[in-house]
Write a new protein. Structure first.
Length: 156
């Protein structure tokens, strides 16, 4: 199984207009980032896109779903605070899937990927960036190998 860890694209900053962190939508640059990653992934079949319930993550996931034809499922587990211990429960019902996308936040996604690949790598998934970890789902969902890291600058 390949798990695609996608950090949401660029949102509006917190401020008078967006006081609640979970309600911040994507900026025009964020929408562009989401379209670029969706185009990069086009042609790959995904069983599901699991997204944080935060608006910026949902909007990122929706751009991907529209382009890739995958269904979105909102997963509270992907809210800020997600970690490796939550991963098995989150994707347990998708163990037979070849590929799933998780749309979430930092530092949660990078920390989870680092732990999955042995904890020694310096790794940061920037806004609109993607890390792909391959796992043997029959054996474990908590360790694997990093097979791809794509930062948004690569796609521009």
């Amino acid at each position: 199984m390949q798990i695609y860890f996608l950090r949401h694209s660029d949102p509006f900053p917190k401020g008078p207009k967006y006081r609640e962190d979970s309600l911040r939508p994507l900026t025009s640059e964020g929408k562009k980032q989401a379209k670029l990653i969706a185009r990069f992934l086009q042609g790959i079949q995904f069983d599901v896109i699991l997204s944080s319930p935060y608006v910026r993550a949902e909007q990122t996931a929706q751009v991907l779903a529209d382009r890739l034809g995958a269904k979105i499922k909102i997963a509270e587990e992907l809210s800020p605070g997600f970690n490796l211990s939550k991963l098995p429960g989150l994707i347990a019902s998708y163990k037979k899937s070849e590929r799933v996308i998780l749309v979430g936040h930092e530092p949660d996604l990078s920390d989870t990927v680092k732990k999955m690949i042995g904890g020694k790598a310096e790794l940061e998934i920037r806004k609109g960036g993607l890390a792909v970890v391959e796992v043997e789902a029959e054996r474990t969902l908590t360790s694997g190998k990093l097979i791809l890291l794509v930062q948004p600058e690569f796609l521009a």
